[in-house]
Design a protein around this ligand. Structure first.
Ligand code: PHE
Length: 450
């Protein structure tokens, strides 16, 4: 495949990959997990995982992509004819995440538009969120808008679509995040929240916190979903892989920490230091935060900017998910990019509908007590993703050998952390991934509480 598209620069690649990594996971999920599992302690554990396993697995995925210049299924097949099924799992995860991620992306657009059009007071109302997500038509329409926005970028291809969009959206995302975080820090009472977020309280150490940090790390870095393989396949042979991975991780952790600054002190100040207010799960972003905004001066502006930055983060992640599936369809069926993109966008819309309606008129349909959206989230993140990651480690560590990856990395630069990398892939990562897999399945069956 010598006519494969490429990013025009390492910066383009890093911004696109960071765009994939930085998403709803950083802005909504990270602060809520940090608040739940001991603030500063969670942050420490998280960063430890990012620079160890996260680093190792991301190196593997990008190197596989660059080495084979193929999307996930073809890439694994090129490495070993019997192992294309690992690529199938990865592509399947991306294919299944895209629809429900788009449903939440649609919610974000709805909130942004509501703030923009002066409806912010209504969003602070207790029933606003529930009334919206349970209605049959509105959330589906916003989900379609979100998918079409994603399609518009993927349609234009790697350089003119993904790279260009990332180069515009990511710097704006950083500026807006810094702005909102600084503003949040000036609120009266915010300092207590900052202390809670940054100072580790070791007495709150728990196995659950460790497992939650591990799971969050995989999700947040977009690992085990074929995304980094796909983006790696568009990477130039001369670009330094190790440096790129460090920059992507820095971006991802940086935005997660900024999101902590935006949300934790503000909610702390709002609730008078009550941690329970942070523990609202999905409601944190869509129910609690609008109430917090409502107490501020310039609430329409601050809230509007906040939802705009969340939208940018969600869009660049959805773009990477769609691209992973589109490039697979292009490679496997030899369809053109445009045809593949249309097919994928259409299926994402159709498959997203049950996730949307599951909150409302189809809410009686549950599996293991989960509504459709939660079920999809569970199957992808808690089951398929760890299985895919585990198979990848075993495949690299014991089937083709770590050298295959190390050699690829060394084609363009030295590999400074080669030793850590080898130990992670062969020993530490597989054991930890098995732990996540067992714990998430047990928690889904209510045997342990995560
Ligand atoms: N990393 C993204 C986030 O933090 C989610 C995502 C997962 C994006 C998988 C792409 C692929 O929200």
């Amino acid at each position: 495949m010598n006519n494969r598209s490429e990013f025009s620069s390492k910066l383009g690649f890093v911004l696109a990959a960071a765009g994939s990594a930085v998403g709803l996971g950083n802005i909504w999920r990270f602060p809520y997990l940090a608040a739940k599992y001991g603030g500063g302690l969670f942050l420490l554990i998280y960063i430890f995982f990012v620079v160890t396993f996260g680093f190792a697995i991301m190196m593997v995925e990008i190197a596989i992509g660059r080495k084979t210049k193929l999307s996930p299924i073809g890439a694994y097949k090129a490495l070993h004819t019997k192992y294309s099924f690992i690529g199938i799992i990865a592509s399947l995860v991306a294919f299944l995440i895209l629809p429900y991620y788009s449903v939440i992306g649609g919610w974000v657009i709805k909130y942004f538009v509501t703030f923009l059009t002066g409806g912010q007071a209504a969003t602070a109302n207790d029933t606003f969120f529930v009334t919206f997500i349970t209605s049959p038509l509105q959330p589906v329409l916003w989900q379609i808008v979100f998918v079409l926005a994603t399609l518009a970028v993927v349609w234009r291809g790697v350089k003119d679509g993904i790279e260009k969009a990332s180069k515009i959206l990511m710097p704006m995302l950083v500026v807006l995040s810094v702005g909102v975080a600084l503003y949040a820090l000036t609120l009266p009472g915010a300092f207590e929240g900052v202390k809670y977020f940054l100072i580790p309280d070791f007495s709150r150490f728990s196995v659950q916190a460790v497992l939650a940090a591990l799971g969050q790390m995989f999700y947040s870095l977009s690992l085990a979903m074929g995304v980094m393989i796909t983006y790696g396949s568009y990477l130039n042979k001369d670009d330094d892989l190790e440096k790129s991975v460090k920059q992507i991780e820095f971006f991802d952790a940086g935005i997660a920490i900024l999101a902590g600054f935006m949300i934790i002190p503000a909610v702390f100040a709002f609730s008078g230091g009550d941690e329970a207010a942070l523990n609202a799960g999905p409601g944190l972003m869509f129910v609690t935060l609008p109430k917090v905004f409502d107490t501020m001066g310039m609430s329409a502006l601050v809230g509007g900017i906040f939802f705009l930055l969340v939208l940018f983060a969600a869009l660049t992640s959805a773009i990477s998910l769609m691209e992973a599936v589109v490039s697979t369809v292009c490679d496997q069926f030899k369809f053109s990019r445009k045809k593949s993109a249309l097919i994928v966008a259409f299926t994402a819309i159709i498959l997203g509908i049950p996730s949307s309606l599951g909150n409302g008129i189809w809410s009686h349909f549950t599996v293991m007590n989960m509504a459709f959206l939660d079920l999809m989230d569970f199957i992808t993140n808690a089951v398929l993703m760890p299985i895919g990651a585990l198979l990848t480690c075993i495949f690299i560590g014991y089937v083709i050998g770590v050298d295959a990856i190390v050699d690829e990395v060394k084609k363009s630069s030295q590999f400074k952390r080669e030793k850590v990398f080898r130990i992670m892939i062969k020993y530490v990562a597989p054991i930890c991934i098995i732990a996540i897999l067992i714990s998430s399945v047990l928690s889904a069956f209510g045997i342990i509480v995560l």
